[in-house]
Structure formats: C-alpha cells, structure tokens
Design a binder for this molecule. Structure first.
Ligand code: CMP
Length: 145
C-alpha cells in the first residue's frame, strides 16, 4: 500500500539538499510536495511537542529554528518505514556502525544535527504533513492503515 510520510532536510544538511533529493528519487520515492521553510522557535516547539521536557528539547528547538529547512511529502509503498530505514538511527555515530551508508551516517554530524527527519508512524505522518502543508488534502487511504 502506498503511504505518505514527512521528510525534513535539517539545517546542517541544507548544503547537501540536491544530493539527498537525488537519493530520495533513486530509492523510488515520489516527491508529492516540497517547501523550504524557516521555522520560528514556537513552530519548532510545536512540531517537536512530543519531546517537550526532555533534556535535549531546548537545543533541538534552537537548532531547528536556526536557519531554513526543506520539508517534503514523500510517497512510496510503505513510505514511513522505508524512509526511516533509509535515514537510519537518530544518532549518526550509531548509524555508522549499524546502518553504514544510511543518510544519517553520510550526512549527520551529531545526535541533534542528524541531517534528516522522518515521521515515525502513520499518526505522526498525518500530523506532521498537516503541520507543514496547511492546504494538504489527505486522500482516503486503504482500510487498515
Ligand atoms: P528527529 O528524528 O527529527 O526527532 C527528534 C529529534 O531530536 C532527533 O531527530 C534529534 O535531532 C533530536 N534528538 C533525539 N535524541 C536526542 C539526544 N539524545 N540528544 C540530542 N538530540 C536528540
């Protein structure tokens, strides 16, 4: 079944956006929507609200609002897990060991500046797509999703 997921190229990887987009397409994802956005600290806090209260929350918000990012709606068969697989674990140092060649291995700098984001579930994907693309029309998706 074809799903949609939200992908983000984070500030530290914006200089590699063309390369990363190429990898996205070569891995069979369709780019349905794309937008460059500079989040305010308030918007970054809202986006990452599930991490509110965690030790790294303030630095995450500061980082994600520090300069523009590119956000994408990607579509593919099982896009959510496929994109998570391609980006690899949160921590680029761990990614290097367990998923060599994944995007966070290749482009990530540290646990916060880890190059890319991907929705972690269907519920998150819906929320995150709506968050970044206000006018997004979510079409009906096959039963069971
Ligand atoms: P992301 O997939 O965008 O989701 C939450 C983000 O918080 C994560 O990528 C990292 O950028 C950041 N993050 C998660 N865990 C940590 C951590 N332990 N220390 C610093 N930053 C983190």
């Amino acid at each position: 079944y074809v799903e949609r997921t939200l992908a983000i190229i984070k500030p530290d990887a914006m200089n590699k956006a063309a390369e990363i987009e190429d990898i996205i397409l070569r891995n069979g994802f369709t780019i349905l929507q794309k937008r460059k956005v500079h989040l305010s600290p308030e918007q970054a806090s809202d986006f990452y609200v599930e991490h509110y209260g965690k030790m790294f929350f303030p630095s995450l918000v500061a980082y994600m609002s520090s300069s523009p990012i590119t956000v994408y709606v990607l579509a593919k068969d099982k896009a959510i897990s496929a994109w998570r697989e391609l980006i690899g674990p949160t921590n680029p140092f761990k990614a290097r060991e367990t998923h060599p060649g994944c995007l966070r291995d290749t482009y990530g700098k540290d646990q916060t500046r880890n190059a890319v984001h991907g929705s972690d579930s269907f519920i998150s994907a819906q929320r995150e797509i709506r968050f970044m693309f206000h006018d997004n029309v979510i079409e009906p998706i096959a039963a069971g999703q």
